[in-house]
Ligand binder design. Structure first.
Ligand code: NAD
Ligand code: UDP
Length: 313
């Protein structure tokens, strides 16, 4: 089949493009490179089934496809705080234009939403039927609320236009191709540990997250799109292994063999969720999906990738 991947030169999108090509699909990768990097798809450029189009998804696009994966959006808190307007529009106007493209071409559609749709959740772990606790005018709302609007619009297209669409809520994901400068937990801690700089834990470090390795996530994305009976579904995709941010800092420091100190600094932004962990029963049941890569193994592979990328021996 022919797949269109928006945000295909980003961290997750580049792994998704590679996986689709491996499975025999052809891929059109659309990206405006605002937070992505063409180097992430450098190994795919010469593949006969791969095409890169430099394009902003908030502008109309006419590319025929059987499968549309909409991932284009700044995704790290520093990224969307730097580009709040572009973030809000990629997830609202961009989602509208791509849903409409899917409708016109009879394509299947997948929206990459986020655990941020639950905001600072009051229920733990988060199930798909939890409505969330989001500050609609807070500093993170350019991201949270535009993803929530994208979800609502996707369901409008399912119900009103019978579009074969589904939504995934991605929880914190890490791995190779992650931008060392994008400010997220793993790239920050790994880069700091490898450079011998202090690991910057925000707040008390007692806030929690869970980390999913990118290859596991991509398998979940493919199943959500390709399995029968997923039209109109919402799936949490993430690793249900909740740890504190301080534990992640200690683990990364140890795995990197670093002598960097761990320091506590103020939060980067208000509304940083206090606890986050997915309930993935639905994906386990309907997609027969579970993340398999152990945290230590995934972090070790990621640290090695960063070591090469940053030319640190
Ligand atoms: P990323 O920044 O590496 O990738 C996003 C890509 O989208 C980049 O290549 C960027 O250049 C591109 N992009 C942004 N705005 C665009 C526009 N208007 N037109 C065309 N391209 C545009 O981030 P990522 O971590 O790979 O995230 C991919 C998707 O997954 C995002 O939608 C994000 O919200 C979602 N997500 C990611 C995580 C995570 O932990 N990585 C968690 C939850 C949700
Ligand atoms: N964090 C931190 N130090 C850093 C980067 C992140 O303590 O250098 C914390 C951040 O405050 C948050 C968690 O790690 O509580 C995850 O942050 P990230 O930016 O990766 O993504 P988020 O889950 O907030 O979208």
């Amino acid at each position: 089949m022919k797949a269109l991947v928006t945000g295909g030169a980003g961290f997750i999108g580049s792994h998704l493009c590679a996986a689709l090509l491996r499975e025999g699909h052809s891929v059109v990768c659309v990206d405006n490179l605002i937070t992505g990097n063409k180097g992430n798809v450098a190994s795919l450029i010469d593949h006969p089934g791969f095409e890169f189009i430099l394009h902003d998804v908030t502008q109309p696009l006419d590319v025929s496809a059987d499968l549309i994966f909409h991932l284009a959006s700044p995704a790290s808190p520093p990224g969307y705080l730097l580009y709040p307007d572009k973030t809000a529009l990629a997830n609202s106007l961009g989602t509208y234009l791509l849903l409409d493209l899917a409708k016109r071409h009879g394509a299947k559609f997948l929206l990459a939403s986020t655990s941020e749709a639950y905001g600072d959740p009051l229920e733990h772990p988060q199930r798909e039927d939890y409505w969330g606790n989001v500050n609609p005018i807070g500093i993170r709302s350019c991201y949270d609320e535009s993803k929530r609007f994208g979800e609502a619009l996707t369901m409008v297209y399912v119900r009103q236009h019978d579009l074969d669409a589904r939504i995934i809520r991605i929880f914190n994901t890490y791995g190779p191709h992650s931008d060392p400068d994008d400010g997220r937990l793993v790239p920050n801690f790994v880069t700091q540990a490898l450079k011998g700089e202090p690991l910057t834990v925000y707040g008390s470090g007692q806030q929690t997250r869970s980390l999913c390795y990118v290859s596991d996530l991509v398998e979940g994305i493919l199943r959500a799109m390709l399995f029968d009976g997923t039209k109109g579904d919402v799936f949490n995709l993430g690793m249900p292994d909740e740890r504190t941010v301080l534990e992640f800092a200690q683990m990364i420091k140890s795995l990197a063999g670093s002598s960097s100190p761990i320091v506590f600094t103020p939060y980067l932004s208000e509304d940083d969720p206090n606890r986050r962990c997915p309930n993935i029963d639905k994906a386990k049941d309907k997609l027969r999906w579970t993340p398999n890569v152990k945290l230590e193994d995934g972090l070790t592979a990621t640290i090695e990738w960063f070591r090469t990328k940053l030319s640190i021996s």
